[in-house]
Design a protein around this ligand. Structure first.
Ligand SMILES: CC(C)(COP(=O)(O)OP(=O)(O)OC[C@H]1O[C@@H](n2cnc3c(N)ncnc32)[C@H](O)[C@@H]1OP(=O)(O)O)[C@@H](O)C(=O)NCCC(=O)NCCS
Length: 184
């Protein structure tokens, strides 16, 4: 019998800029950031190299590797302090996550669930965190199903940056404790 894949999450470094930029061109990644059918990149023109060089506890990229092969990424954010004011107005006690599997052949194999489980455990290991937020497009119903299986609940429909129609979901500490055993 084949041994189980070993999945790890590691902090991204400036050397990951090319990898992240390549994933931004993947159609399934583009589809999760915009409803524009003409879009050809998921990049919003942010300076990725600068972001990777200036990471902190407030705004950090993580890279998921399966048996040493990078397959996807996450963002782990303190929404009250992140520099773009994306989540404002918001108080303390939250983390915000984003997740995308870049390698198309790694979709739908349970890796996303394992990535979220690792990241959520890290979020709730911080005693001050009461809830974790995510902002899937309202149209991304596959992702809604994925998040709800992890215990997230829809919280608010919100237009971000005057263009992205999102259905914000939140996972409260008690709900994560309740669903943790079933996704482990
Ligand atoms: C969402 C995502 C991280 C889930 O990771 P995964 O490893 O594919 O998912 P798992 O195998 O753990 O779980 C499967 C579930 O993921 C969701 N999913 C699968 N492919 C997906 C895709 N291309 N886009 C969105 N969700 C997807 C479905 O809910 C699926 O459940 P189902 O069997 O009921 O259809 C991953 O599919 C992905 O990166 N999708 C594209 C980017 C994206 O939509 N990110 C979320 C932005 S808010």
């Amino acid at each position: 019998m084949r041994a189980a894949d070993h999945l790890t999450l590691r902090p991204a470094t400036p050397d990951d800029a090319g990898l992240l930029a390549a994933w931004d061109e993947e159609p399934h990644v583009i589809a999760c950031v915009t409803d524009d059918p003409e879009a050809t990149s998921a990049s919003k023109g942010d300076d990725l190299s600068a972001e990777l060089a200036d990471q902190s506890d407030i705004f950090r990229y993580l890279i998921a590797e399966v048996d040493g092969r990078p397959i996807g990424a996450m963002l782990d954010i303190d929404p009250a302090r992140e520099p773009y004011g994306y989540w404002a107005p918001i108080g303390d006690g939250f983390r915000a996550l984003d997740i995308w599997i870049g390698e198309a052949d790694a979709l739908g194999r349970g890796y996303g669930t394992r990535m979220m489980t690792l990241a959520l455990d890290a979020c709730f290991a911080r005693p001050e965190v009461q809830a974790v937020l995510i902002d899937p497009l309202t149209s991304n119903v596959d992702a809604h199903r994925f998040y709800r299986r992890l215990g997230f609940r829809p919280a608010e429909r919100r237009l971000f940056n005057d263009e992205n129609d999102c259905l914000v979901h939140r996972l409260d500490r008690a709900d994560w404790a309740a669903s943790r055993a079933s996704v482990a």
